[in-house]
Design a protein around this ligand. Structure first.
Ligand code: 5GP
Length: 128
């Protein structure tokens, strides 16, 4: 069965898109730690990031870099943190999280609750 991220990539499940190319898709995490918290995924469905072939993995990092640069430009933050957990969804993904301190990357913290309108605004802003 296709992962939830494959279903998002093909448009079967809606998402707040951030960026896309032939091989990768970036969209807002639905349970964000910060405004702009983005997931970068390869369109190729592979569970564990280090099982990706070298070309897909290196391309994914370069794609994530472009997305992170856009996040840094549009969202007030000191840095964009890069996190790989992959414990919940079996489809390789990189979390990009705008942060101002180390504690902003604590996944045990309560997540932000954003309105659909705010998600849509952030998605549009990041695609400008
Ligand atoms: P991880 O696998 O890295 O532990 O966590 C998966 C992440 O995917 C979580 O932060 C979760 O909020 C996010 N996520 C899970 N399902 C969906 C979904 O249907 N849409 C979006 N946008 N994010 C999701």
């Amino acid at each position: 069965m296709a992962t939830i991220f494959s279903r998002i990539i093909c448009g079967e499940i809606p998402s707040y898109k951030v960026a896309e190319d032939e091989n990768y898709y970036a969209f807002l995490d639905i349970n964000p730690l910060a405004e702009g918290h983005t997931l970068v995924v390869p369109k190729k469905e592979v569970d564990y990031i280090f099982d990706l072939d070298d070309e897909t993995l290196s391309g994914m990092i370069i794609f994530a870099k472009k997305v992170a640069q856009k996040l840094k430009e549009k969202i007030a933050c000191k840095r964009v943190a890069v996190v790989v957990l992959g414990l919940e969804v079996p489809h390789a993904h990189i979390h990009l999280i705008p942060i101002n301190s180390e504690s902003d990357v604590d996944f045990r913290k309560p997540k932000l609750t954003l309105s659909p309108e705010r998600f849509a605004q952030i998605s549009a802003m990041l695609q400008e």
